[in-house]
Write a protein that binds this ligand. Structure first.
Ligand code: AGP
Length: 612
């Protein structure tokens, strides 16, 4: 996902812009650039394909661009391949306006053709360049940059977070947002715009979250926000409570490894505020007990790993609530003509709270009358603000593109909510409620026990990092957990892998199993352990090598047939995936390490996908 930074201040902007872009590298990008309003040269811009190091070289660490006002961008290509020309900022034909953009202008081609007919010449293949050329076109007509921005926003369709500077305005930058996140920051050295908090946390903790349709004018001493009719809007200034170190690597080789190790503490921070005197407490929960009893349907809607949390909750919540629970990919939900009414509870799970597919699903569910609950990690994010209620995971900033601690905290928070609702519905006994709750409280220490076995995962990764394809097989909760284990491996090691319900293997996919195929067999769900064992025998009979994940109490039985076995502490079946996922995260990490992959910033991926 693209990253935007802008600065209007009392010192050179370029080094600050480059520093802010470096703090957003984790979002994923393929090119980067900055533009500064120079007292001497009007506008100066430098941009290039590839990593930020190249931009640092091109600008000598920013020293080549002078001036206290500027914008910067890391691009995750949507329209137009990654190259120097398509990188942002995009400059108007007359060289007077620079613009950066996160989002997609859906009617860009129609506008581009019109501007070409008016004689405008384009330098790039991007949709974004249409915005800056259209802005220049309107600016020439009306002579006011703010008014011209308003005209552009009325003319374009799609999603945007814009940062804009103009050679004629030496002290002000303009920002606008619709669907793509943008925050405004009040700093001592000057004021900021940014796609997310990590870019400017070093400079300020006081931020404004822009809403859709808002326009802002930022100078070194002021931030003014307007609606699209230029009516001033009073905005709340939020205090960011994160500690800066949480967004730093802290001596670890990769953010992903640091965040895997942070999971016990992240879990503790997520559950602690919600358990008091042996009871789960959700103050002012969205759904009353009466409404809960009348719920027609529960949807869990998400993408990627967040969807895999939902896949686990399908099993656990139906056990706890004895109600149907439907898990949907957000990108599918919105186009599936879903059965939603006012008695539907729609739960949107999203680490970033900015995933466009999940945001669109949230809006569709609300439009159809559902009550909406968001499970989000980034405080103040768009999904958090648009849902009827938000329950935050307290994982802290997650920088690695491949989620680990956010996934784990989403899962445990959903376990808490499921237990809470089951208790409200009296569909679980008080005894089971207490047993599970007590085990939830001991999870952090059990996770630490799993994390103490780094050597097992590292050794197995050293033996298996050269496969072309790896299969994860499991039943019930193990299958759902395998979905996440497979994605972790795929997204950071680039090895093809798939998770299969092991009972399904014989219906086709077993034809792919041949001598030497690596199968990761998940056997932590005791109720179906014998079935899982028979599936291990099936694949072994066809020459597969089996790495098994099971619990300590079943280790001895598994070791009889698997080639290698990693075991995790025994907990209640509903909680077992929270432990079983840890060796899978570690295995993926060490395989990617062995393969020399870019673990924190895997190719083609972004930390949050704010495009469809
Ligand atoms: C997970 O490792 C991936 N980074 C990706 O699947 C991610 O879970 C998905 O894009 C959803 O992101 P969100 O939780 O921020 O909505």
């Amino acid at each position: 996902m693209c990253g935007i930074i802008g600065f209007a201040g009392r010192e050179e902007a370029a080094p600050i812009l480059l520093d802010g872009l470096a703090r957003m590298e984790y979002r994923g990008y393929d090119s980067a650039g900055i533009a500064v309003r120079s007292n001497q040269w009007g506008l100066q811009a430098k941009k290039s394909r590839g990593r930020l190091e190249r931009l640092y070289e091109l600008t000598h660490g920013g020293k080549d661009l002078d001036g206290p006002l500027g914008i910067g961008h890391t691009r995750w290509a949507t329209h137009g391949e990654p190259n120097d020309c398509n990188a942002h900022p995009h400059i108007s034909e007359d060289g007077r306006i620079a613009l950066v953009h996160n989002g997609i202008i859906e009617n860009y081609m129609e506008i581009k053709e019109k501007l070409i007919r008016e004689g405008v010449r384009f330098a790039s293949e991007t949709d974004t360049e249409v915005a800056v050329q259209l802005l220049a076109y309107y600016y020439k007509q009306c002579g006011s940059m703010l008014e011209a921005v308003g005209k552009v926003l009325h003319r374009i369709e799609g999603s945007y977070a814009f940062g804009i500077i103009c050679a004629d305005y030496p002290n002000a930058l303009i920002a606008a947002r619709k669907d793509s996140p943008l925050i405004l920051g009040f700093g001592e050295k000057g004021n900021f715009i940014a796609s997310d908090v990590t870019a400017i946390l070093k400079y300020t903790r006081d931020v404004i979250y822009m809403e859709d349709g808002e326009i802002a004018v930022i100078t070194a001493d002021s931030i003014d926000v307007f609606d699209q009719e230029f009516t001033p809007i009073e905005k709340k200034v939020n205090k960011i409570e994160w500690d800066v170190s949480a967004a730093e690597k802290g001596g670890y080789a990769h953010f992903m490894f640091k965040e895997i190790l942070e999971q016990p503490e992240a879990i503790r921070k997520t559950i602690a505020p919600r358990i008091r005197d042996g009871k789960i407490i959700f103050d002012n929960f969205l759904i009353t007990p009466e409404e809960l009893k009348n719920l027609s349907r529960i949807y869990i809607i998400a993408c990627g790993s967040a969807y895999h949390v939902g896949a686990i909750c399908k099993y656990t919540w139906e056990k706890l609530l004895r109600r149907p629970v439907e898990v949907c990919l957000a990108s599918e939900f919105r186009y599936s003509d879903p059965l939603v009414d006012k008695n539907t509870l729609a739960i949107i799970i999203s680490q970033s709270g900015e995933t466009l597919d999940s945001m669109a699903a949230l809006r569709e569910a609300k439009r159809l009358g559902a009550r909406t609950l968001a499970i989000v990690n980034v405080v103040g994010s768009s999904i958090a603000r648009e849902a009827d209620q938000v329950l935050y995971t307290w994982a802290g900033p997650e920088i690695a593109v491949a989620t680990t601690k956010a996934y784990s905290t989403q899962l445990i928070l959903m376990d808490l909510i499921g237990l809470y609702l089951g208790d409200l519905l009296n569909t679980i006994s008080k005894e089971d409620y207490q047993i599970i709750l007590r085990q939830i409280e001991t999870l952090p220490e059990k996770m630490r026990a799993c994390l103490s076995k780094l050597d097992d995962a590292q050794y197995l990764a050293s033996r298996h990092f050269n496969h072309n394809s790896i299969f994860f097989i499991g039943r019930n909760l193990d299958y759902a957990m395998g979905l996440e284990g497979s994605l972790k491996l795929k997204e950071i090691s680039y090895i093809h892998s798939e998770a299969y319900a092991s009972g399904e293997l014989k219906h086709g996919t077993i034809s792919l199993i041949e001598p030497g195929t690596l199968v990761i067999a998940l056997g932590t769900y005791h109720a179906l352990f014998d079935k899982a064992m028979s599936n291990v025998v099936e694949v072994k009979a066809r020459g597969a090598e089996v790495l098994a994940i099971t619990t300590e109490s079943y280790r001895e039985r598994m070791e009889k047939i698997a080639d290698d076995t990693i075991s995790v502490p025994d907990v209640h079946p509903i909680l077992q995936p929270s432990l079983g996922i840890i060796p899978l995260q570690l295995f993926a990490y060490y395989v990617a390490l062995q393969r020399g992959c870019d673990i924190d910033k895997p190719r083609n991926l972004a930390k949050s996908v704010t495009v469809e």
